[in-house]
Design a protein around this ligand. Structure first.
Ligand SMILES: [Zn+2]
Length: 277
């Protein structure tokens, strides 16, 4: 994201956790028919410039995962905000100012609350399930899922599952092996796990983790942030018998898997595995 090293980039993202709140609060939107924005873009930019006492260059976005990001440079602050901030009260903008000046931890809580309460403004685009590809070269995810479903969830869970396209971002030298999208109610598994040298218990531990996300949902903490990996979640996770074994396998094989995922990505770019796209 950051293309110049001397720039300080900050993002305030709202990843998957809060999507769940969005679905719940979407009914609230209907109760507010006269919900006009408080600001226009120049008004908001001017207000923020006054609050932080530095020039703010504001870009409004419709981004669905990063609601707030900024970088400071010699000219001031380049700030990207979701359009929901056109509805922000002055006290929320003051909290935003404190966040930008990195003065206050409490401001972050206030900002998160505002973003949580306004998520119905984010998810306006209809989202549809992508084509599902559960059977891979080595593993059939539908079978893996059904086996776990029977053993741990009484066979009651109904969630689509698919191999992802492998374009999930690598983070901190790690890999996102699986994800659960609470809006689509979809589990995606990274195709790098569809290999002979990946033991079934490792794949199962990843799928089980994502099934738990569907099963347990999120719990709000005191700052208004939704916590997914709660204590209850971690306890449930340990019920998978090979949990510890899976963790140490991951540790021993991460470098290898990262390399494999880069190869997959290259192949995908070259169109070599277009059948999976
Ligand atoms: Zn997780």
């Amino acid at each position: 994201m950051n293309n110049a090293v001397h720039l300080r980039a900050q993002t305030f993202g709202v990843p998957a956790p809060i999507k769940r709140v969005a679905t719940r609060s979407s009914s609230r939107q209907l109760a507010l028919p006269f919900d006009e924005p408080v600001w226009d873009a120049p008004g908001l930019e001017g207000m923020l410039t006054r609050i932080v006492a530095r020039p703010v260059r504001l870009t409004l976005t419709e981004n669905r995962s990063v609601l707030l990001s900024y970088r400071c440079d010699t000219q001031g602050i380049a700030l990207r905000l979701h359009r929901m901030f056109l509805h922000a009260s002055e006290s929320v903008l003051a909290a935003l100012g404190r966040h930008l000046r990195r003065r206050s931890r409490r401001a972050d809580g206030e900002l998160r609350r505002f973003m949580n309460e306004n998520l119905h403004r984010v998810r306006t685009l209809p989202r549809t399930l992508p084509p599902l590809v559960p059977s891979g070269r080595v593993y059939d995810l539908a079978r893996v899922f059904e086996s776990l479903n029977g053993r741990f969830f009484g066979g009651q869970m109904k969630v689509p599952i698919t191999w992802g396209r492998g374009c999930g971002r690598a983070r901190r030298g790690g890999l996102t092996f699986g994800s659960y999208d609470p809006v689509l109610r979809l589990i995606r598994i990274h195709p790098v796990l569809d290999r002979n040298d990946v033991p079934l218990y490792f794949l199962e531990s990843v799928v089980y983790h994502e099934m738990l996300h569907h099963h347990l949902g999120g719990v709000p903490d005191r700052a208004g942030r939704t916590v997914y990996h709660s204590r209850a979640f971690r306890e449930a996770e340990r019920r998978y018998p090979a949990h510890a074994q899976a963790l140490s396998w991951e540790k021993a094989n991460l470098t290898h898997l990262l390399r494999a995922s880069h190869a997959l990505e290259r192949a995908r770019r070259d169109g070599a595995c277009a059948s999976r796209a």
